[in-house]
Design a protein around this ligand. Structure first.
Ligand SMILES: [Mn+2]
Length: 350
């Protein structure tokens, strides 16, 4: 690292790449976050970014390469300096202690070994009380994460799922851990109450009647995209927070990029009629301000991503989610300070 190079003082200035710590090879850490080389270094962090560079069974033609998304997102994040959002006057990197755990190891051709590694690392993140932001990978990666999270808080986890698809198939070509199956595997976990899961934005002809039946049978609340348009997004989000937060310690948010209309998501799946990019940014800012226990962003294909538009979009979504978390933490510490002041000022009753 060049010693005579000064870091940019303007938070909007792209970080001087030579000053951003690398996470591996020549890949910078996410928004210049502190690299976390050992799970013991998680203590004291507010949030941690981690890559889940896994692609299992392919369910449609050329949609692949999503194991490259985490490193593409890290490289793209350099454009956003410290992650400042003027519309909310929040600067992510000065408001939160964020680490970058790098990419979790995978074992090609051994999904079980790979997922048990993901689960173990996620368990350490949750045990340290740190909010993870995971970059997939395909959507199957959400299952080991929820397995780890629900084990720490049996029966007390909500799940808010944004997707054009149910992703609740029993199997795909004999693979029960394929990208079209994770929501079913999650609903089957004994520590998960399926009625505290919520599907939002489901639409279009890449779904099947049996998937709809499964959601109904298990009592998983469903807001199709038609329903989102009818009620309005704000109302649906408020209702989803109520459902996923009812009697739980909080909710986990999983986002398939095809919740967003393909017009805004050229490097994601070909699904139309979805949310705009801006609507999804605001959505994550809103959910981040609630008891969000973790977030994943999955199914972007860098090899098909013209101008890296979808990769940048995922970075934006992560920043908006983290900004929401920053607002929540700020409100929390103000409450704590207020309480401490009241306690010191309170007249002695002894
Ligand atoms: Mn999807």
């Amino acid at each position: 690292m060049a010693k005579n190079v000064k870091p940019p003082r303007e938070s909007m200035a792209p970080s001087v790449v030579s000053l951003v710590p690398t996470i591996y090879g020549n890949i910078p850490s996410f928004l210049g976050a502190r690299p976390v080389r050992d799970l013991r270094e998680l203590q004291g962090l507010d949030a941690v970014v981690a890559g889940l560079p896994w692609e299992g069974t392919n369910t449609w033609g050329s949609f692949s390469g999503c194991e490259q998304t985490p490193k593409a997102c890290r490289a793209a994040s350099v454009r956003y300096g410290s992650g400042y959002l003027p519309e909310y006057d929040v600067e992510v990197m000065s408001s939160l202690k964020v680490g970058d755990l790098g990419d979790l190891p995978t074992q090609p051709n051994d999904v079980n070994k790979t997922f048990s590694g993901f689960e173990k690392a996620a368990a350490a993140v949750f045990a340290a009380g740190v909010v993870p932001v995971f970059f997939g990978g395909d959507h199957s990666v959400t299952y080991p994460i929820l397995k780890a999270l629900s084990a720490t808080r049996p029966g007390r986890i909500g799940v808010i799922h944004f997707d054009s698809h149910f992703d609740n198939s029993e199997e795909y070509g004999g693979d029960t851990l394929a990208r079209s199956c994770p929501l079913r595997r999650i609903a089957e976990l004994p520590e998960i109450d399926a009625r505290k899961m919520v599907h939002i934005g489901i639409r279009g002809p890449r779904n099947s009647p049996s998937q709809m039946r499964y959601a109904r049978e298990r009592g998983i609340p469903l807001f199709t995209m038609a329903e989102v348009r009818r009620q309005g997004l704000a109302k649906v989000l408020a209702r989803a927070q109520e459902i996923a937060g009812d009697g739980t310690d909080g909710y986990y948010v999983t986002v398939c990029s095809d919740i967003i209309d393909h017009a805004f998501n050229p490097g994601g799946p070909l699904d139309f009629g979805g949310l705009t990019a801006g609507e999804m940014c605001d959505t994550l800012f809103t959910l981040g301000q609630g008891p969000m226990l973790g977030l994943d962003l999955v199914e972007v294909y860098p090899l098909a991503d013209l101008h890296e538009a979808s990769v940048h979009l995922l970075v934006w979504l992560a920043i908006y989610g983290l900004a929401g978390l920053a607002v929540r933490r700020r409100a929390g510490s103000q409450r704590k300070r207020g309480k401490a002041r009241r306690t010191t000022r309170a007249p002695s009753r002894g």
